[in-house]
Design a protein around this ligand. Structure first.
Ligand code: GLC
Length: 734
């Protein structure tokens, strides 16, 4: 429909009908016509539900077509519903969690996976995904680190843009067949909760918000994301859904976002708990004034906006603008011409979990694993080697991550099944349960009944198996529901029963390879101590176990690099590479020196740094060569290295370029990732890798909060992770 016809439609709508477009109902309210308990509790009437503009978490082509048909027949203007859902790392074919995808350092791969997720979800009738989650986070206590792509603004920005392109296709055009509208979330700064506790206060200076947290959101906006979701947290003591500065001055005016702003689940209602609204009427006033278009899963807008307009407290123009943006979104999806869009039961059967989609999931998983240790080249495992595969993840299918509730766990192979299908000479024993016996975790127990094995008997069986095998694969980790929303942890250790198993197994057979399944960086000091090899598998998705078999047997080589630092323990958190130098930087021995920015009991650096990862070969870097040592603002500097595969197998290196602004009007990070390139070389092969560095990459928020570069000295580091010492210097002149 032409946009001007939308204006005509809007002009024919009553105030109630316009407000209806600003209401999003949870799936539970759509119980086939009659009002559900929650709807009644929220004080919604049948008319409220009849006029709602969107619903969330309803899936399935047949069901969605039936609901859409009924709704349009009953709607006074026959306006189609929007169907939204959380398609975070896949719909029915589940890809590795986003934090793992960040470790691929391959935005093109993430884009491909998002496009497949969109194709599957669109066939099931969904129009909008609440993704990408672009919240930068440097705190592994926060369970939702699994949902973002890590600690770095540059990597996150490219990943967020890639996911939007994968979901939507072209930046600003219609959202066509097999595509979803993308909702960027959670705006803003949700990844920095105090103490790593979900939904907690966020304290960021405006400079840090802009330098570190906004770039990823900007990447999604520049890629044309159709919606933005406000975050639960306060920023400067103002909840985002009531933060006019954040939503109007920053998001719309500075960042250029012109789409729909939707609240997170009942965030308008939560203003009462935040203590910034005394009742729902005040919450409605604050949210519509701040610029929230859609009220997700709360009665605030549909019960109070009409009265606020009639009392002259809210200009009807605000309602018109918000309703028009929702209608424009429906129009961008083509719903006025085809309200069912891609919903098609035949397409569902053909597309969901298709062999091509499974193959893509396997390829993606292979590229997300990070090899953290490989002493004595314990990996890859020769086909003739006898293997003891032990641990609570031997038979666990819950490998999809906590945001994969539209998938079926039965679609996922276990490690046992994958290694057996791969023809490995493997024998299997769980060895212990996933949690310390008796650990109460209601969500976990609902999904996976704790193993009832006799821990002593299980341990003895595992030890016996380890004794008679050449190598041991120990599959350990945290349960799937230990990460994700509302899953913060104050302790980053593996469960004691798993650490006990590790110690005892390594005592009878030191050839131990630990596979680690988790949704966040953990404290791996004991694992580093007792295992000769460590392969980080994250939550690898539907084809994750098969991809692991490919890597373990050497059919593929690991190429992942850490998108988030692994701390030496929770006491270091937040620990990340792009930190400021402080006035007392420390690089010595923490046990002997004092009066520096350091600890008495552990080193400052993480156990495994951002950008780190091994493979089955080795790479050598030549010194960094610059084509100039002075650069004017309108010039481009080229930095090159020659990379050589000095090992015996082909491998893929992620060459990383970091910049340091040595002296500026404000303190600058000791390093900042500015570019990266994946390079695959055969044994003995060399290749020159050249990066172009422009003045725009040197800009930051200066003392006066202008986004600009400043003349002076810079250092360039090019290497295989954020600790690279391979360095060259240059000066930026006027
Ligand atoms: C949740 C999450 C958000 C999700 C929304 C809808 O509370 O914070 O990320 O998209 O509700 O499920």
């Amino acid at each position: 429909m032409k946009n001007e016809l939308l204006q005509d439609l809007l002009s024919q709508m009553s105030l109630e009908e316009k407000i209806g477009q600003l209401v999003q109902l949870p799936a539970s309210f759509l119980s086939e016509g009659n009002l559900t308990g929650p709807a009644l509790e929220m004080g919604l009437s049948r008319q409220d539900i009849r006029l709602a503009g969107s619903v969330l978490s309803v899936i399935g082509a047949e069901k969605i077509c039936r609901i859409q048909k009924e709704y349009m027949e009953n709607h006074p203007h026959h306006i189609p519903l929007l169907f939204m859902a959380d398609i975070i790392n896949g719909y029915r074919t589940v890809f590795p969690i986003p934090l793992a995808q960040g470790c691929s350092f391959d935005p093109g791969l993430a884009e491909k996976c998002a496009a497949i997720a969109a194709e599957e979800a669109a066939a099931s009738g969904i129009h909008v995904t609440f993704s990408p989650m672009a919240d930068l986070s440097r705190d592994p206590r926060w369970g939702r680190v699994m949902e973002g792509t890590g600690e770095d603004p540059c990597l996150n920005r490219r990943m967020a843009a890639a996911l939007v392109r994968g979901y939507q296709g072209e930046e600003s055009g219609p959202i066509g067949p097999g595509r979803l509208a993308s909702c960027l979330k959670h705006f803003a700064g949700y990844g920095a909760p105090v103490a790593g506790r979900d939904y907690n206060t966020v304290e960021l200076s405006p400079r840090t918000l802009r330098e570190d947290y906004l770039p990823a959101y900007q990447g999604a906006v520049d890629a044309g994301c159709a919606l933005v979701m406000t975050s639960f947290n306060t920023l400067d003591r103002i909840p985002s859904a009531a933060n006019r500065w954040l939503l109007q001055d920053i998001l719309r005016r500075e960042m250029g976002f012109d789409g729909v702003i939707i609240s997170d689940w009942a965030a308008l209602h939560e203003m009462l708990a935040h203590g910034i609204a005394s009742d729902h009427a005040e919450a409605a006033l604050k949210a519509i004034t701040a610029g929230v278009d859609i009220d997700m899963a709360s009665p605030v807008y549909c019960r109070h906006l009409k009265e606020l307009v009639e009392k002259g407290l809210v200009p009807v123009s605000l309602i018109d603008e918000a309703a028009l943006r929702v209608l424009q979104l429906k129009n961008r999806l083509g719903l006025f011409e085809n309200p069912f869009k891609d919903a098609d039961t035949a397409a569902e059967k053909e597309k969901l979990l298709s062999p091509a989609h499974r193959a893509a999931a396997r390829e993606c998983a292979e590229k997300t694993f990070v090899l953290l240790k490989n002493e004595d080249a314990l990996l890859p495992i020769h086909p003739d080697t006898s293997i003891a595969c032990i641990g609570p993840y031997v038979d666990n299918r819950l490998l999809d991550g906590s945001w994969s509730f539209f998938a079926d766990d039965q679609d996922t192979a276990t490690l046992r099944e994958a290694l057996t299908q791969a023809g490995c000479r493997a024998s299997f024993a769980p060895g212990c349960s996933l949690l310390d016996p008796g650990t109460p975790l209601i969500a976990f127990q609902k999904k996976v009944s704790p193993d009832t094995m006799d821990s002593e008997q299980a341990l003895q069986e595992a030890l016996a198996l380890a004794r008679r095998s050449e190598k041991v694969i120990l599959a350990l980790g945290e349960p799937r529901d230990f990460s994700g929303e509302a899953a913060s942890r104050a302790d980053l250790s593996l469960p004691d029963c798993q650490l006990d198993l590790l110690r005892q197994i390594s005592a009878v057979n030191p050839q131990v390879i630990v596979l680690l399944f988790c949704g966040r960086p953990l404290d791996l000091r004991p694992v580093q101590k007792y295992a000769k090899a460590i392969l980080l598998a994250w939550m690898p998705g539907t084809e994750g176990a098969h991809a692991l078999a490919d890597i373990l047997t050497g059919r593929a080589a690991p190429s992942g690099r850490l998108a988030m630092s692994f701390p030496r323990g929770v006491g270091q958190v937040p620990v990340h590479y792009a930190h400021l130098n402080t006035g007392r930087p420390f690089h010595g021995d923490y046990r002997t020196e004092r009066f520096f920015s350091k600890y008495l009991d552990i080193p400052n650096d993480p156990l495994y740094p951002f950008g780190f990862g091994l493979t089955y070969t080795r790479f050598a870097y030549s010194p960094v060569v610059l084509d100039r040592t002075e650069m004017k603002k309108d010039e481009t500097l080229h930095a090159s290295v020659t990379l050589t595969n000095t090992g015996t197998r082909a491998g893929t290196e992620t060459v990383q370029l970091y910049i340091r602004d040595v002296s500026a009007s404000v303190a600058r990070p000791v390093r900042e990732l500015k570019d990266f390139r994946k390079v695959t070389l055969n044994p003995g092969e060399s290749r020159e890798v050249t990066f172009a560095v422009s003045e725009s990459q040197l800009r930051f928020y200066t003392l006066d909060m202008h986004f600009a570069s400043e003349p002076g000295a810079f250092e360039i580091f090019i290497g295989s992770d954020s600790t690279a010492q391979n360095c060259a210097s240059f000066r930026l002149t006027e």
